[in-house]
Unconditional design. Structure first.
Length: 331
């Protein structure tokens, strides 16, 4: 708490001007340590993994040579717009870091077409290369849907994931459907979810499961039938979301039930992976789940397993490696 109090004036100063904002970035925990460790190395490419690594990569390239590749992941300046604390303390640093250095990067990547377009428009840079976050390919056998249809949400367990609305929708689901929510979350929030489940008398239909290692996500998910992800579009960051779990569900051979958002919808229709949810009201979620018959689920499962042969990191990484090779070889 003392450390955070000491940093408060530094973070507040980031709102005043970009110079102060860039200075404030270096006060973030761990950044100077990462810089010192990286400075002992020499590289042709310094790959900045997210916005807070961008100033480090730019400084290393300036001091030791090499080129910067910026893997932006998300639309960083709009990432947590629902948090006033984030907008006040962190957004100015994000803006300053990206505005100062993104134009100097030899290559910029983003996780979806929509975010790539937003970055192109915001900073006037060449359109970023889209590199989607996918698991490595693995052979998952088809498993027919049984009498009980098991629905899975896996990922971060927090207030932005519409989990309360999902839980509230379960009483409207057909009786053959069950729900498992698996992932890391704050203990207090998890307790509130469990209380909500208990209050709705749904303990026999909804389970809160412990997280599993990332390397085991796909195999663990393959025991389920439907992968569920409901999200809002309160900002461009949310609207153009294309999360890891979309591809993990696909790799696991699940039918998908996800929000009708542009990036996911395009792939859902292209590969016929499942059903879309238009909104996140409990009634709407329930209608989407109940529309999935066992036969339809099995058809979507087979389509997912076929799509997984394309939608995997072994294929996607070739785009990144090829682009980095061109950067390294370009004078």
């Amino acid at each position: 708490m003392l450390r955070r109090t000491r940093l408060l004036p530094i973070f507040l100063s980031a709102n005043l001007c970009p110079v102060l904002a860039n200075w404030a970035v270096w006060s973030l925990p761990g950044l100077r340590s990462i810089y010192r460790r990286a400075a002992s190395l020499r590289a042709d490419i310094w790959l900045a993994n997210d916005w807070d690594m961008l100033p480090i990569a730019a400084r290393l390239a300036k001091e030791w040579g090499g080129k910067v590749v910026y893997d932006s992941h998300e639309f960083a300046t709009r990432q947590q717009e629902n948090s006033r604390r984030w907008r006040l303390f962190f957004r100015p640093m994000v803006r300053a870091a990206e505005k100062s250095f993104i134009g100097k990067a030899a290559l910029v990547t983003a996780v979806s077409d929509g975010i790539a377009e937003e970055l192109h428009a915001l900073y006037g840079i060449d359109r970023p290369l889209v590199i989607r976050s996918m698991p490595h390919y693995r052979e998952i056998p088809f498993r027919a849907t049984g009498h009980t249809v098991r629905v899975l949400y896996h990922g971060a367990v927090g207030p932005t994931r519409k989990l309360e609305q999902i839980i509230d929708s379960v009483p409207l689901w057909q009786p053959q459907f069950t729900l498992t929510i698996r992932g890391p979350g704050d203990a207090g929030y998890l307790a509130r979810l469990q209380s909500r489940i208990r209050a709705l008398d749904l303990e026999d239909r909804i389970a809160l499961a412990s997280p599993v290692p990332m390397t085991a996500l796909v195999e663990e998910a393959s025991a389920f039938d439907v992968g569920l992800f409901v999200f809002g579009k309160e900002s461009p960051q949310n609207e153009y979301v294309l999360p890891n779990k979309f591809f993990e569900y696909t790799m696991a051979g699940l039918a998908l039930c996800v929000s009708d958002l542009p990036e996911m919808t395009r792939l859902m229709r292209q590969h016929d992976l499942g059903v879309l949810v238009d909104g996140f009201a409990p009634r709407v979620i329930a209608e989407a789940i109940n529309s999935l018959t066992p036969h339809a689920i099995d058809c979507h499962k087979k389509n997912a397993l076929a799509a997984a042969r394309i939608l995997n990191w072994d294929c996607e990484s070739q785009k990144l490696m090829g682009a980095c090779e061109r950067v390294a070889n370009h004078d």
